[in-house]
Write a protein that binds this ligand. Structure first.
Ligand code: SAM
Length: 227
């Protein structure tokens, strides 16, 4: 086991290499269901935005097209994700858009808004990570958090996605890899109630929450830092 792996109570949750191996596929395939989630997240973000567990930075092109967003910092712990994310950001020609190879929990700085999509379920100590994100934000900042719950039916979502991506050369591998990642018994697919308790423990106020994305399988929360 590598020191870089993500551990919860001494158990590896996801190995870094699982994320490294996912990087190219993650960048290559985007389903309409994912896109809808990214688009709703963007609506709540402005100023300098930190993307916690940014993966291949799929949010960056969307945020670059939004006049209210002045800067973007994507943070990810997997080097391959970081490399792909840097290629994505380079295409945007925005000097204030950067990617940092770091653990969320080790990041420093002050941001006007934060987003974290489909990363929470791999965090070994979620409240510690949530508290750290709270500390990275200015007073009045929004934090958009989206993470799957136990109702997620990935097989059905992927079946639907296949209709729109049927000829995509990477779709088969994308489907297989997603099922493998979601099948990890250590994945922390939490209820909305449980998640609300944790974000409140970290200091956030819940502004909005719903489960309308991913066929009901995604907890979507808009949180606010108010001190
Ligand atoms: C499924 S990907 C999601 C990527 C992106 N947020 C999206 O929705 O397109 C999850 C990412 O979270 C990253 N990650 C998980 N825990 C992390 C941590 N503690 N610090 C930094 N990155 C983390 C992984 O390396 C991986 O790239």
């Amino acid at each position: 086991m590598s020191l870089n792996d993500f551990e919860r109570n001494g158990e590896v949750v996801y190995t870094v290499s699982e994320w490294e191996n996912y990087a190219r596929l993650h960048a290559s395939v985007t389903t309409s269901v994912q896109l809808a989630l990214y688009r709703e997240s963007c609506k709540h973000l402005s100023g300098s935005v930190v993307d916690c567990g940014c993966g291949s930075a799929k949010m960056a092109p969307l945020l670059a097209g939004q006049a209210s967003v002045t800067a973007y910092t994507g943070i990810d712990y997997a080097q391959e994700m970081v490399s792909v994310a840097r290629q994505v950001v380079q295409t945007l020609n925005r000097s204030s858009f950067t990617i940092r190879h770091n653990r969320i929990e080790d990041e420093v700085g002050q941001f006007d808004g934060a987003v974290s999509i489909q990363s929470y379920y791999a965090w070994p100590e979620p409240v510690v990570t949530l508290k750290h994100i709270f500390d990275l934000l200015v007073d009045g900042a929004n934090f958009v958090l989206a993470t799957p719950n136990r109702e997620l039916c990935l097989e059905k979502l992927l079946q639907d996605a296949e209709k729109e991506l049927v000829a995509h050369p990477d779709f088969g591998a994308f489907k297989h890899y997603n099922l493998k990642l979601a099948g990890n018994p250590q994945a922390n697919f939490i209820s909305m109630d449980g998640l609300i308790r944790q974000v409140q423990q970290a200091g956030f106020r819940v502004r909005e929450c719903h489960q309308q994305h991913f066929g009901g399988g995604m907890n979507f929360l808009v949180l606010r830092k108010e001190t």
